[in-house]
Design a protein around this ligand. Sequence first.
Ligand SMILES: [Zn+2]
Ligand SMILES: [Zn+2]
Length: 760
Amino acid sequence: MNSQQGTFEFAETPEWQNAANEDVMVAEVVFNLPLERPYTYAIPDTIRDRIKAGQRVKAPLGRGNRSVVGYCVAVRPADQSQRVLKPISELLDSEPLLDERMLELTRWIAERYLCGWGQVLDSVIPAGVRRKSGTREVQSFILTPGNEEKLTTTRFSRQQKAVIEILQKSSDPIAATDLCERAVCGPAPLNSLRKKGLITALRVRSDITGDELATFEQQQDLELNDQQQLALDRILQPIRASEYETLLLHGVTGSGKTEVYIRAIREVVSYGRQAIVLVPEISLTPQTIRRFRSRFNSVAVLHSHMTDAERHWQWQQIASGGIEVIVGARSAVFAPTPHLGLIVIDEEHEPSFKQDSTPRYHAREVARKRCLDEKVPLILGSATPTLESWLRAQRKIDALVSMPSRVAERPLPPVVIVDTRDDPRIKRGSSIGRALFQAITRALNEKGQVILFLNLRGYSPTVWCRSCGTGIKCPNCDVTLTWHRDRQAAVCHSCDYEIPPPKVCPKCESPTVRYLGTGTQKLDEEVQNTFPNARVLRMDSDSMKKPGSHDEALNKFRHGEVEILLGTQMIAKGLDFPNVTLVGVVDADTMLRQPDMRAAERTFQLIAQVAGRTGRGERGGRVLVQTTCPNDPAVKFASKHDFIGFAQHELAERHDGQAPPFSHVARVIFRGPDEDRVRRTARDVADKLRAARKGTTKDVRILGAAPAPVIRLRTLWRFHLQIAGKTPELVRELWQSVESSLTLPEGVELAVDVDPINAR
Ligand SMILES: [Zn+2]
Ligand SMILES: [Zn+2]
């Protein structure tokens, strides 16, 4: 959903009349609009007995009295002075889509993240659930085996033929709704094919395919070491007491956190309750899923590539209580478990837990609120917690559970910082300096495996004009184009604009276009040329587009079919390969140079996470970090595996600047096609906020309005301002005091981002 608060106008209901009736019930309805308050409607007799909070309705809205779909959030007696209201026109669901607790959670999100309640509901309830409400089940179809001849001899209608062709091309069952959509038909052709015995309806979970359909051999629990046992004992306290508590499980890479989660979940499941495990989308690999499926009887996986039908099926299974463990990305925090017992967020520092479109919620904060309301514990696990979570633990608001050593007493690998400023190989244009070259050579000679990390994709990250002395930018965005050699294209990573590599500069028309810098594609080429006998595999979002390619690549590496694995963040996550004896961070500067308050924190996290990929076997391992800033604190602390030292240092810096986590920020972004108008609007709103602040508390500051770091994105100009305050409430109050009276000029829209983590 889009977040903009546009120039939507809503008229007060025109036909107010005077009337009062004590027994009359009214319904409160919210719509998918950036408005927090509900509208009140009369309930017609025909639906009086059926309407409940959590159902969708159609109701007239706005000046034209257009019938709009909304969510009934409350049914209550009319006020004494209640005037006659417009009636609801239609009730869409037979049962509520959400229970009272989830309704309250969504209301809280709207308030906390300054957006509309209806916007939150529209985002939280899967589209498949909204569409399918009222139907009983979702069926998937396959071609009935053994009918090959009949298929060639029977005469079919055009639509039946389309259905058969789609099923022939698919090795997996296809949900009825998807099948109808793809064959552009209704249910009739499916029914007649089924009667003829040519297709078969399955009630299988269509998200699991191939080897995953096989039942999982249940594995025994592993024996915990002392450190894991201590952590588990501490976590079991609030579980056994049925109490809310947030526990920050700070465990170094390789300390065996997942095993602790599994044992905590086992306890919860033994009480007949359900657990939700949130992992970053990128970690939702078959490997992770297998790990949970081999330990629990019923595991549902919620990820972003599911069809509406699959999502609906899962949602129903979860709501019926038939699932023990739900593993999923960010939005799985809304899984409708009837008896929640625990939420675990693994890799809690991952930015992907924050949604970057409305509602811009952070799954950690939503989980915290949900656990508080349902009186269950929340576990946040990380080797490199966010400073937000760390500070809460330091202040003893949350409990800190530490696992400072790796399993089997394996030491963390030594990290060497390599200053590349005078490196002879780098000076000759290589991206692998002398020390890293020697280390790779040695690792390969000793039959070890190597991981090389570089967080720039493409061939050359900058298309450059030597005459202008600047990068050649996307015409739609304030972003330099990246050269992708394999596609022979200059690409904008912000809007996917793509042109053939320019022969002349589009600005000055001089033929001095150059490609600067090294992305993963170029590194791939260089590594292959430098180490011709090694087999090299690249993992980034360009090379891993095909479903399943991620798992396939990791399998190759695991089985030793590849010696050097190189890639972006994708390779920094949770991989555990004992034969990796060397990790190279090719360019730590690329992370440090980001114009972002969190650049140091991200650099530390990435180096620590990538370094954690080695030294997991008996052979040990080491890490080389190439940088031109060898004295940067983030790099230095990371080289010593010193998270606590880094956190102290960085928190002191943030404290001096009163930056988060010492303040709470709402970022208001204005955008539109006319630069001047957007700038003026942003300044006007900043002035209004400053005026509103006068005479109130001084614990709120307004920063800006100023151009956003990326001033132009997808053809729209962008300006922003920030409201920073001691508490989220102060920020919210100030914004709300101004928001209601705002009228935006045409062509300017705004979006509010509470606790922003994306500085763009
Ligand atoms: Zn030029
Ligand atoms: Zn662009």
